[in-house]
Design a protein around this ligand. Structure first.
Ligand SMILES: NC(=O)c1ccc[n+]([C@@H]2O[C@H](COP(=O)([O-])OP(=O)(O)OC[C@H]3O[C@@H](n4cnc5c(N)ncnc54)[C@H](O)[C@@H]3O)[C@@H](O)[C@H]2O)c1
Length: 329
């Protein structure tokens, strides 16, 4: 298939692009490099530096795209609470422009990066796709709006669309000399921040909230390896059905508290990770754990790397390759 991947210079988009190319697809990456990295772009993909708002310039009727995989977004739930207008414009207005462009160009399939953040404080655990959706962050709300737009689009125009609701993504792609991993600036995710502390590049880890109603007071999250996540995109492309908007949670169904994650990082790296208690981050639910039963049964998707140790090990190898220059793959 000829595919447009938005956000292909980012953490997850670069791995998705790599795996689509390996499966024999033709890929055009559209990314404005606002948070992405030119070094993460696959050399075999065509790169267009542009905002998703301007996707119509690429998604023309005669360009012959079969599908769009839309990963481009601003992703910090914390920042979305203080700069909500950036998130509504980038994540929602930009996505609506992309959906319009896809319709005009006659693109029949659309895979969207949604998020566990659409659920807010879960009404049931593990969280099924049918659970109540009351996002506690603007980030989650901007993504839920796009999910709803895709439902309308599929109903009205027979688009075959899939929303993949990722839980916490971790690990790195390390194969054949290619190293693709997480590099956000500023970093807001626990594992890469804790690795910086383990590497001595940051003095301590601020534990955002130690009074949640959980096993040790810290937030509980469900982690998924980025390679497993990327593989789900290939399955979703194949499974998309005209006139249907399918929604799949992608997680392991196991929760780890932030404190437990730090313990694994200490074990894997062999370094101390000093922790300092800090106030809760606004918009953070206490527990997010996925039920991915639907993805298992309908997509035939099963995580190949469900162990947190393996995710942290790969993230650590990637981190060392970036900072210390050790070969990672
Ligand atoms: N990382 C996670 O744990 C996680 C969890 C749930 C959902 N997601 C979703 O996965 C997707 C990818 O996340 P990531 O961690 O790879 O983030 P990232 O910041 O590494 O990548 C996002 C990419 O999108 C690009 N981008 C942003 N806005 C754009 C715009 N308007 N036009 C063109 N390009 C734009 C950036 O330059 C970047 O390359 C996002 O949609 C995010 O909401 C991520």
């Amino acid at each position: 298939m000829k595919l447009l991947v938005t956000g292909g210079a980012g953490y997850i988009g670069s791995v998705v692009t790599r795996m689509l190319l390996d499966a024999g697809h033709e890929v055009v990456v559209l990314d404005d490099l606002s948070t992405g990295h030119a070094e993460a772009l696959a050399p075999e993909a065509t790169f267009v530096q542009a905002r998703v708002h301007d996707a119509a310039q690429v998604l023309t009727a005669d360009a012959g795209f079969d599908a769009v995989l839309h990963l481009a977004a601003l992703i910090s739930a914390g920042e979305s609470m203080v700069r909500p207008e950036l998130y509504w414009d980038n994540n929602t207005v930009g996505s609506l422009a992309l959906i319009n462009a896809a319709r005009s160009a006659g693109v029949r399939r659309f895979v969207f990066s949604s998020t566990a953040a659409v659920y807010g404080n879960p009404t049931e655990l593990p969280i099924p796709e049918t659970a109540g959706k009351t996002p506690t962050s603007t980030y989650g709300a901007t993504k839920l709006a796009v999910d709803m737009a895709l439902t309308s689009e599929s109903t009205a125009y027979k688009l075959a669309s899939v929303s993949l609701r990722y839980f916490n993504v971790a690990g790195a792609y390390l194969r054949n000399g290619v190293a693709l991993g997480e590099r956000h600036d500023p970093e807001s995710h626990l594992i890469p921040i804790a690795l910086e502390v383990a590497a001595g590049r940051r003095a301590k880890l601020q534990m955002m909230g130690v009074d949640y109603p959980t096993v040790d007071g810290t937030c509980v999250r469900d982690y998924i390896h980025v390679e497993d996540l990327a593989r789900a995109h290939l399955l979703a492309l194949e499974a998309a059905v005209p006139g249907e908007h399918r929604i799949y949670n992608l997680g392991n169904g196991n929760g780890f508290s932030n404190q437990q994650v730090v313990d694994v990082i200490r074990e894997v790296t062999g370094h101390p990770v000093p922790v300092e208690p800090a106030p809760r981050r606004e918009g953070d639910p206490a527990v997010l754990v996925a039920s991915a039963t639907r993805a298992h049964t309908e997509l035939g998707w099963t995580p190949a790397k469900p162990a947190l140790h393996e995710m942290v090990g790969d993230a650590w190898a990637f981190y060392r390759s970036q900072i210390i220059g050790e070969p990672a793959a």
